[in-house]
Design a protein around this ligand. Structure first.
Ligand code: OSB
Ligand code: MG
Length: 366
């Protein structure tokens, strides 16, 4: 597969409402799209780095620099998707940049052979259950109204963002209002320390599915210590950036569930390795999200259809974040999203929407 060149495209997607986490608040999504052009197909990838390095070390402008300076030139030696990882390996880190480019190459390659990403990855489902991530709010009534809206839309699982001072009360209020049957979990984005263990143990009474990333990204040992002090299962997000790290976390007992985000781990092929590893160890996985547009969402939904994804993911409908998505919108049907079945990621950007939200484009010849 001869690659002619790669387009980097920055798009500005306004969010329907500000989204607050323990690491910051976002009111628009600054997205880097990657389009790989070959003689017989083109492929799309979405780099999920955020504008600022607050979730992890990557950020959009840094990813764009990494792509133009190192990763796109390295593609000259790796024009098949399964060779891209090896071509990128000499360059440390920057997994979100690598993932975006690898996905675009994979999409172009699959489109030229007519195979779907879901089929290629080994998906066994034609639809996946939808969970939704709910930001930190000013007040409990505001939170309850928001959750009520999502429950009415059919979301099958609610995730509450938490931080010190916004944890026990919101969880208690949501449990009281929506009952014990609601699948409920929390995500701290590394906002706590081990000395908060007694407070976090008070969440044990609420029957949560899991607590996601309570402690610092780089502290597997303390996560293992915390996990022994909680009945709520510990799930890792930020800490897991590779299959090797997933193996270490499982071995240490740092988590019993893993949130798989393809961008965070360097792409869909590494994400599948983590899936395979976790499945072999009986560790449930679910597909996380990074507020993707339809481009990234399509690929996430394909991954979430693999058999080891036994918990609902943050695979929400397009309308969770965007009034107008870049692709035909993903919409919930009985709390599920349909897995795209067309070639590659199975969706195309709507040209009119795309040009409206595009901030800049850059063409890099290989
Ligand atoms: O920690 O899972 C996270 C969004 C941005 C960065 C990190 C996270 C999130 C979410 C929302 O929780 C996921 C989504 O709905 O796409
Ligand atoms: Mg998370």
């Amino acid at each position: 597969m001869k690659i002619n060149g790669v387009e980097l495209r920055r798009v500005a997607m306004p969010l329907k409402a500000p989204f607050r986490t323990s690491f910051g608040v976002a009111s628009s999504r600054d997205v880097l799209l990657i389009r790989v052009v070959t003689a017989d197909a083109e492929g799309w990838g979405e780099c999920v780095a955020l504008s600022e390095p607050r979730y992890n070390a990557e950020y959009v402008e840094g990813a764009a620099d990494m792509l133009r300076r190192f990763l796109i030139p390295a593609l000259a030696h790796a024009e098949r998707p399964h060779l891209a990882g090896a071509a990128f390996a000499p360059f440390k880190g920057h997994r979100m940049a690598k993932a975006g480019l690898e996905t675009a190459v994979l999409d172009a390659w699959l489109r030229s052979s007519g195979e779907s990403l879901a089929g290629y990855l080994g998906a066994e489902k034609s639809r996946v259950p939808s969970g939704v991530s709910v930001g930190i709010m000013e007040t409990i009534p505001e939170l309850l109204d928001t959750v009520e809206g999502y429950v009415a839309e059919g979301y099958v699982r609610i995730k509450l963002k938490i931080e010190p001072g916004w944890d026990l009360e919101p969880v208690r209020a949501v449990r009281e209002r929506f009952g014990d049957e609601l699948l409920l979990q929390v995500d701290a984005n590394a906002a706590y320390s081990l000395s908060d263990a007694p407070g976090l143990a008070r969440l044990d009474d609420f029957g949560l599915l899991l607590i996601e990333q309570p402690l610092a990204d780089d502290d597997l040992v303390q996560h293992a210590q915390l996990a022994r002090r909680l009945r709520t299962p510990v799930c890792l997000d930020e800490s897991i950036d590779s299959a090797a790290q997933a193996a270490a976390a499982i071995t240490l007992g740092a988590c019993s569930i893993i949130n798989v985000k393809p961008g965070r781990v360097g792409g869909y092929l590494e994400a599948r390795r983590i899936h395979d590893l976790c499945r072999a160890h009986g560790v449930p996985v679910w597909c996380g999200g990074m507020m993707e547009t339809g481009i990234g969402r399509a690929a996430n939904v394909a991954l979430a259809a693999l058999p080891g994804f036994t918990l609902p993911g943050d695979t929400s409908g397009s309308s969770r974040y965007f009034a107008t998505d870049l692709t035909p919108p993903f919409e919930l049907a009985e709390g599920h999203l349909a897995v795209p079945a067309g070639p590659g990621i199975g969706v195309d950007p709507l040209q009119e929407v795309l040009s409206e939200v595009t901030v800049s484009t850059e063409w890099i010849t290989i």
